[in-house]
Ligand binder design. Structure first.
Ligand code: ZN
Ligand code: ZN
Length: 177
C-alpha cells in the first residue's frame, strides 16, 4: 500500500491492512513473522507532512541470544508518526525512515510505502536481545551442546575464570604424578 500525498491532500485515509507472514521483509534471518500482521491506522496530510497514526499487532519469532532456540515475542505497538517531504537532491542519512520515537521521519517523492513504516515500527518494538529464560545456560563454546538440555563432557564452560590458575596448578600436579 502506497500512501500518496496527492490522495492524502484530498482526504484522510482509513487503513485496515493485513500482512501475511513473509510479505514484509525485515532484512534479517533471525526475525520471523509467525502470525498475520494487522495494521489499524489513519493517514492524513497535516501542513505538508504525512501523519500516520494507529496500532499494529503481530507475533515475531526471534532467537535466544545464548542458546539460539526460538523465542516468541508478541508485538503490540501504537504509533503516531510524522513524515516531512525531503527535497529530491537530498539523500536520507540512513536506510531507516526514522531514528527513534521523537524524531521526525522523511519521505521522498510522491509519498511512502506503508510496509516501510510497518517494518520500522516492528523493528523498534523488538528487544535488541532476547533470552529464552533468565537462567538459560546457552551453548557450550567448545562442542556447541545446548546446556539447557544436556551436559557435555567439556570442562571449559564450567570453569570459573577466577579458578583458572587453580585448575592449571591441578593439571601440572596431575602431570607430575
Ligand atoms: Zn536460551
Ligand atoms: Zn561441550
Amino acid at each position: 500500500m502506497f500512501l500518496d500525498v496527492k490522495d492524502l491532500a484530498v482526504r484522510k485515509l482509513r487503513i485496515r491492512k493485513t500482512y501475511a507472514p513473509g510479505s514484509v521483509d525485515f532484512h534479517s534471518s533471525e526475525i520471523k513473522q509467525l502470525e498475520p500482521l494487522e495494521v489499524n491506522a489513519t493517514a492524513e496530510l497535516l501542513e505538508g507532512q504525512i501523519r500516520v497514526e494507529g496500532q499494529l499487532d503481530t507475533k515475531i519469532e526471534l532467537q535466544c541470544a545464548r542458546c539460539l532456540e526460538p523465542v516468541v515475542e508478541e508485538v503490540n505497538r501504537a504509533f503516531d508518526l510524522f513524515y516531512a517531504p525531503l527535497p529530491k537532491d537530498e539523500k536520507p542519512k540512513e536506510d531507516r525512515l526514522k531514528d527513534d520515537d521523537t524524531e521526525i521521519g522523511f519521505f521522498q517523492g510522491e509519498g511512502l510505502f506503508l510496509a516501510d513504516v510497518v517494518k520500522e515500527q516492528v523493528l523498534l518494538a523488538l528487544p535488541l536481545k532476547v533470552i529464552c529464560q533468565s537462567d538459560c545456560r546457552g551453548l557450550c563454546p567448545n562442542c556447541g551442546a545446548n546446556l539447557n538440555h544436556e551436559e557435555c563432557r567439556c570442562e571449559t564452560h564450567a570453569t570459573d575464570p577466577r579458578l583458572a590458575p587453580l585448575a592449571r596448578l591441578k593439571q601440572d600436579w596431575l602431570k607430575k604424578q
